[in-house]
Design a protein around this ligand. Structure first.
Ligand code: FES
Length: 154
């Protein structure tokens, strides 16, 4: 059986137990298990000798460190100012309609999770979103429909 404590120990041995090891350790857990459980965060807090609240705060601030189980494809729509001004709300509406979920939710077949994110560095081609690691830019409602359809077929 998977022992989260062992993985956390392994990672803290590798990255050290200083406060600035927190991010690499959390990333290491996500890399292996795709999201952070409460149990994993408590283990990290113990190993690094910091509060569980601090671990949780860091994990939830960086939305890439998921604290819930996610779908196979995690869609992150940029909500920062340039994308917001260039029609991010419309993009989000199309996604919600198509997937029949709201931001923060996962489709019942566990294929898609819909999230918002802060700027992902594609402001010059706003509005932008990520599906897992893949950026999609200069989005229009029509393009979004095409993109999601192609993921549904994968
Ligand atoms: S504001 Fe959306 S990518 Fe920068």
């Amino acid at each position: 059986m998977y022992q989260v404590g062992n993985l956390v120990k392994e990672l803290t041995e590798k990255h050290g137990r200083a406060r600035d090891s927190l991010m690499p350790v959390l990333q290491g857990i996500v890399a292996k298990h795709s999201y952070l459980t409460d149990e994993a965060m408590v283990e990290v807090a113990k190993e690094l000798d910091i509060s569980a609240a601090e671990v949780y705060g860091t994990a939830s601030f960086y939305t890439f460190l998921d604290t819930k189980e996610r779908g196979k494809y995690v869609i992150r729509v940029c909500k920062t100012i340039t994308c917001a001004m260039k029609g991010k709300s419309e993009i989000l509406e199309v996604l919600e309609d198509m997937l029949k979920i709201k931001v923060g939710e996962t489709t019942s077949d566990k294929l898609f999770t819909l999230m918002e994110t802060n700027c992902i560095g594609w402001c010059h081609k706003a509005p932008a979103m990520l599906i897992n690691e893949m950026p999609f830019t200069e989005l229009t409602p029509e393009r979004v429909v095409e993109i999601i359809k192609s993921y549904m077929k994968k």
